[in-house]
Each structure stands twice: as C-alpha cells, then as structure tokens.
Design a protein around this ligand. Structure first.
Ligand code: C2E
Ligand code: MG
Ligand code: MG
Length: 699
C-alpha cells in the first residue's frame, strides 16, 4: 500500500497540470514534470531560474505584487493569467493558481502553484476580439443607419450614423423601442412585414421614422432576421434617409399630372384626357367642347398686390370654376392665368352656351382676400370636335387659344367660338407643301443665330441655329409658319440636312477666323425616325474633317424623343462618338419627362419657355423648377433655360442656381453678321453685369 506521501508524490509528479511548491520567500522548492514539459526546461534548470526567470518581463511586476500580498498574508490565494518564455524562446500563456498551505499551528508552511497552459484559448479569444473590432469598424462606417433590435423590438445596438440621423444620443437610443421611431402606425402593415420576415428572413420597404426632434423623415428600410447562437432572435435594421428623393418624386408626380397651385389637371393630364375624350366623342356621336380661358387683368393684380395674392386668386377661381363641372369634364391649368376646360357629351354647340356663361360669371365675381376684394374677368375661346378635317388635340388647343385671343380683341369678358370652316378656307391661301419644297430648291431659307450665355461668367457659350424663310413676297417668315406643313413629309428630313450642312459651313468659317462658338441645330421628329440618320450625319461631317469635336450640338424635342426612347438613346450614344452632343429641347412639355430622362444620355436639358415665363407668376412653378434643377444635378445634366425675356427672369434663374440661359432679354435670333455687334453690347451691359452677381439662395 503506498503511503500518503507516496500518493501525494505521484499525483504531484504525474499531474496533468504544471505544479510547483514555493518557499515562503517565493523561491521554487520543486516543480513537476508537466511544468517542465510546458516550459521546455529540465527540473534543475527551472529550479535555478525560479518563476522570475521564466515569467514574461511585462507580466512580472504584477505577479510579484500578488505574491507579496500572499506572503504578507493579506490574501491566502490568487489567480492570474500571464505569459512564460519557454526555453526555445516561444511565448506561452498560462493560468496560474497560487495558494498557501498552513502547518499544524496555522502558520504558512509553503505555497502551491497550479499552472495550466491556456495558449490555445488565448489565441481564440484574441481572434474573437479582432473579429469584433473589424466588425465594429464596418458597422460604424456604414453609410446607413443600423439598429439591432431584439425579438421584443427593443433597440439593443446601433451605429453612429443611426444616432446622427435619428438625432438621439447613444443612451437615449438604447432605451427606445422600435415603435418610438417608426412613425407609421398601420398595425396591419407592420404585422404583414413581421410575417414576411419570419417566412423569408428579410424584408425591404419604405417607411417614415420620427427623429428625436419630432421631425419626420422618409426612409428606405431593409430588415434581416438573425438567429443568434444562443437561440435568440435579433433583427438587423438598415435605414437610409430618402426624404430628398421622396420630395423630388412627389414633384415629378405633381408635374406629371397635377397643377400644384390649384390641384387641377396640368398640361400632361389634359392631353391624356383630351385624347380619350376625342375617342369617346367618335364612339358616342356627341360633340366635345374645348374651352381656352385666360383671365383679364390678372397681371395687374399680380403686380399691384404681389404673387401671393395672385396665387390665392387663382386658387379661389379654380375652385369656383370646378363646382359646376360634371364628372366627365376636365378643368386644367396650363400655367400662369391660362386654363382649359373640356366638356364632353355636348349634344350641339348651342348646348354649351350655359356652361360658358357660367364660367364667365364665376370668374367675374370678386374674390375676397382679407379686406381686399379682387376682381378680374375671363376671355374664353371655344372650339368643337369633331370637325370636317381631321384634327388632333394640339390643333384643338391652338384653335381654342386663337378664339380666346379674338375674345380679348373684341373687348374681353366674353367668349368667342372658333370658326373651323372659315379657317379651312383661309388656310388654303397659305404656303403649301409644294411651295416649301421649291423654297428649299431656290435657296430661300436662311439661318438666324440666337446666343446662349452663361449669366454668371457672362461668356457666350454657343448659338442656336433657327431657320427662317426669306419669302420673296411675304418677307421673313418664322418656322412656325411653314415647318408644320412638312412635319409628316420627307421634306422635313431634307430641310434638316440643309440646316446641318449650313451650320457646319458656318462653324468651319468661324474656325478659320479663330472663333470657337458651338452651334446647336434643331432636329425634327421625322429626322430622328430615319434609320440611316447617323450615317447621313457622319457623311455630312466628313466633309468638314478639320472641325473641332463638340462644335455641333443637336436639339431634339422632348416630345419626339419620348416617342421611342430606346432608339433615341442609341442615337445619342452614337452621336457622342462622332463628337456631337444632344440637348433635350422644350423640356417639361412631354409626359413623365423625368422618368424617361434617366434613360436618355443627353448632355443638356433645355427648360421650356413656359416654365421660365410662369416662374415669375407663381411660386409653385419656381419650386418645380428648383426641383428639376436639383434632379438634373443628381443626373449630372447641364441645364439651360429658354425664354429669358427680362432681367427679372435672369435674376430668378441665377437665384435658383441656373446659370445658362437663352432668350430675347439676352439676344434675339439674328443674322450671323449681327453677332459681333450684339456681343459688344452684351459685354458692356451694366444691368446684366449685376445679374451675374446674384448669389444662389435656397428656396
Ligand atoms: P426652339 O428650338 O425651342 O427655339 C426657340 C424658339 O423660341 C425660337 O423661335 C426663338 O426665336 C424663340 N425664343 C427665343 N427666346 C425667346 C424669348 O425670350 N421669348 C419668346 N417668346 N420666344 C423666344 P422660332 O425661331 O420661331 O422657332 C420655333 C421653333 O421652330 C423652335 O423652337 C424649333 O422647335 C423649330 N425650329 C426652328 N428652326 C428649326 C430648324 O432648323 N429645324 C427644325 N426641325 N426645327 C426648327
Ligand atoms: Mg431648339
Ligand atoms: Mg425650345
């Protein structure tokens, strides 16, 4: 039977952990085999070195301090983790447990150290710590706000971006529930989301969050369900502020269909409804009345009482006009003080008279604004559909507009009916397609050039070539008088090519004179539809091989570009290879313009005159313009405003940060010979020099 001593001896020597006995001065009295194995030293070497000799220098002070406490009997044992340096120089981690053994009198006899190697555990711990550090760095640097939410939807973690966006401190956030942030209280939607999350593990949606300040923000949210190792569930919520995007989207929607000031339909919706109504009129055999309404004396009110009163007046009148309308009728505001009403299912022309008189009457009733009573009246132009000739919606609007003008001339506050028959016979006398064809052969067309400038730097950035017909009898004719005749004819393509050729000749001449003035040329819808358009352009350009790139720019009407966006987008790209950029002309007159624009890689967008004109009339138009400019900056398109007729327009545009402009107020279209004189005048114009200094203010 082994003695107790022997049992003790064996268990000391063969223990699976390192062991050592310590003297009361801290020297090693004996060490076991395992300790030799751990450290790589023999027992003799260890006894000579003592624990001081193998403890890592950085850990020694702490160890000695512990030991001192033990020997002073302030404590009877201690535990610590520290490093040893092995005989082979390697560093290992050990967990150390030291205790004092007392003799029969209760006095300290010697100490026992139990030493366990824990290098592997330490390594794993370090790896976890580094992984966590990396994860934190990632988490903190994410551009999205991140919230970690437990299964009760309490916030248990977040990143710095979340604090910034939600405007809460870290402590505040940690005390919140997701419902303190989520401003959407549609419980059904929330329950549906939760279901989706549990079924497929993630969910993406738009929502509204409430900031600490109480302010709301639109957010794009992406939630992931995470199963933690301990069996708990956690949600990772990523969110991004999309308030600005939302705001722009609302503007687009408003622009697409509604007039923001009055809530009436806008030009786009009107066009849609009018086309539908025209189809309906055919089917039902009824008449359609199109009424163009322009207020009399509105400008005076705007000037005298200010835009705000003007806006209120427009809203009040719009609301009144709407009252008597039937479901099937449409009332639209085109901008400024121009409205259009479409009456459907009118049995005959006479039947529309009461409706017209009602419109006249409601417009001439005073509108009370506070103590003021504002009074205007309206001039109406009416046309009916169908007519003997085929007409389209645009023509109907033009006819009604023309008739409205007659009503104004006849003394205002009345209506005038467009006489389709008289117009038909009169048109017969006008230029015919054949006559326009001979004009091209006889070289009767000329190009005039209208300057485009940067209002801030005051530089001439280019000119637009605009065709004129030098008619031997009727004098100089504007394109509106003859181009529409060619619209659906091959002749429009020939004229278009003549214009391009002419512009290239001009560019070449300027280049030999050392002038660099880019020319933009208008392209007709028919031209764009030619499948060999690019080849013909290429042929044309090859005749001028010395010409600089980007000297020629093409302008395509928004309305024709939208007919086949994919095709036009291809042209635009191919033209870019030829060094020819595209501009989208009359922007804002087409349908859902902004959605399409993304797909059309045009370099320049020309804001239609009507926007610029109406910008001074109502604040909403200005906001829309501001919205468009913002979006264009996002899409990195350059923007030029057309129809800048006065300094006030220039100022307002500069105010919005739109620096490029074209219009009568800067320079009218002119023969090329007049350009130098214009330029000299422009460069010395003191008023425009002042416009150049208008700083941008956010609206
Ligand atoms: P556009 O391309 O939008 O050209 C601008 C039109 O606005 C020009 O009318 C110009 O004289 C006019 N304009 C410029 N500044 C102002 C302003 O401050 N106020 C006002 N009220 N009007 C201003 P224009 O020369 O009568 O041309 C009318 C349209 O005819 C052009 O509109 C363009 O679409 C078309 N056009 C002109 N030349 C050509 C051409 O060579 N080919 C084709 N396909 N179309 C042409
Ligand atoms: Mg143009
Ligand atoms: Mg234009």
């Amino acid at each position: 039977m082994p003695t107790n001593d022997l049992i003790f001896e064996n268990s000391f020597e063969h223990a699976a952990v390192g062991m050592a006995h310590l003297s009361l001065t801290g020297a090693w009295l004996r060490v076991n085999r395992k300790l030799c194995e751990i450290t790589g030293y023999s027992a003799e070497e260890l006894m000579a070195l003592g624990f001081q000799g193998i403890t890592h220098p950085d850990d020694l002070a702490r160890d000695l301090a512990h030991l001192e406490q033990l020997l002073l009997r302030n404590i009877t044992q201690y535990e610590t983790e520290k490093r040893y340096v092995r005989k082979d120089g390697g560093v290992i981690w050990v967990a150390l447990h030291v205790s004092i053994v007392l003799d029969a009198n209760g006095q300290p006899a010697y100490g026992i150290s139990v030493i366990q190697e824990i290098s592997a555990r330490k390594k794993a711990e370090l790896e976890i710590a580094v992984t966590y550090q990396r994860y934190l760095a990632l988490f903190e640097q994410m551009p999205e706000g991140v919230l970690l939410v437990d299964s009760e939807l309490r916030i248990i973690g977040h990143n710095r971006e979340a604090e910034l966006q939600l405007q809460y401190s870290a402590e505040e956030l940690r005390a919140l529930h997701i419902f303190d942030i989520e401003a959407m209280d549609d419980m059904e939607a929330i329950a549906a989301r939760r279901k989706r999350l549990e079924a497929i593990g993630r969910d993406d949606f738009e929502s509204i969050y409430r900031r600490g300040t109480g302010e709301l923000m639109d957010v794009d949210v992406s939630v992931k369900l995470i199963h933690l190792l301990d069996g708990q569930l956690m949600f990772q919520v990523l969110f991004r502020d999309i308030s600005e995007k939302k705001h722009a989207a609302l503007l687009i929607e408003k622009m697409a269909y509604g007039d923001p000031l009055t809530g009436l339909a806008n030009r786009t919706l009107l066009a849609e409804r009018l086309n539908q109504a025209m189809l309906g009129a055919h089917r039902r055999g009824h008449l359609l009345a199109v009424v163009f309404l322009d207020l009399d004396g509105f400008k005076a009110i705007n000037d005298q009482y200010g835009h705000q009163s003007g806006d209120l007046l427009l809203r009040a009148l719009a609301a009144r006009m709407k009252v008597g309308l039937r479901e099937i009728d449409t009332l639209a505001r085109l901008g400024g003080d121009e409205f259009v009403a479409v009456f459907q299912d009118v049995p005959d022309a006479q039947a529309s008279v009461p409706m017209l008189e009602r419109l006249l009457s409601v417009c001439s009733q005073p509108v009370n604004l506070g103590t003021m009573a504002l009074k205007v009246s309206a001039s109406l132009g009416v046309t009916f559909y169908p007519q003997t000739d085929a007409v389209d919606a645009d023509q109907l609007l033009r006819q009604a507009d023309q008739a409205m003008y007659q009503a104004k001339l006849a003394g205002k506050n009345r209506y005038h009916v467009f006489d389709a028959e008289k117009d038909r016979t009169a048109r017969g006398h006008h230029a015919s397609l054949e006559r326009v064809r001979t004009a091209l052969q006889n070289q009767e067309f000329v190009l005039h050039y209208q300057p485009k400038v940067n209002m801030k730097t005051r530089a001439l950035v280019g000119v637009e070539a605009l065709i004129r017909w030098q008619h031997p009898v009727e004098g100089l004719l504007a394109p509106g008088l003859f181009l529409p005749l060619t619209e659906n004819d091959r002749l429009s393509v020939d004229i278009g090519e003549w214009v391009i050729h002419q512009a290239l000749l001009q560019l070449a001449e300027w280049q030999t004179q050392g002038l660099q003035i880019p020319i933009s040329v208008n392209i007709s819808a028919m031209q764009v539809q030619q499948h060999d358009f690019i080849h013909r352009l290429q042929d044309c350009m090859q005749k001028f091989p010395a010409l600089n790139r980007n000297a020629l720019q093409l302008e395509i009407l928004e309305t024709s570009a939208l007919e086949d966006v994919e095709q036009v987008a291809r042209f635009v790209t191919q033209c870019k290879d030829l060094g020819v950029d595209f501009a989208l002309d009359d922007f804002g007159t087409g349908y859902s313009s902004l959605t399409y624009l993304k797909r059309l890689p045009v370099a320049v967008v020309k804001i239609d005159q009507s926007f610029v004109r109406d910008m001074l009339l109502d604040q909403d138009n200005k906001s829309i313009l501001d919205g468009i400019l913002w979006i264009m900056r996002q899409l990195q398109r350059s923007v030029i405003a057309e129809g800048v007729e006065t300094l006030a327009h220039g100022q307002a545009l500069m105010d919005l940060g739109c620096e490029l402009a074209q219009g009568y107020g800067i320079g009218r279209p002119m023969p090329v010979a007049d350009l130098p004189a214009w330029k000299a005048r422009w460069e010395n114009d003191l008023d425009w020099k002042e416009v150049a200094l208008v700083p941008r203010t956010a609206i």
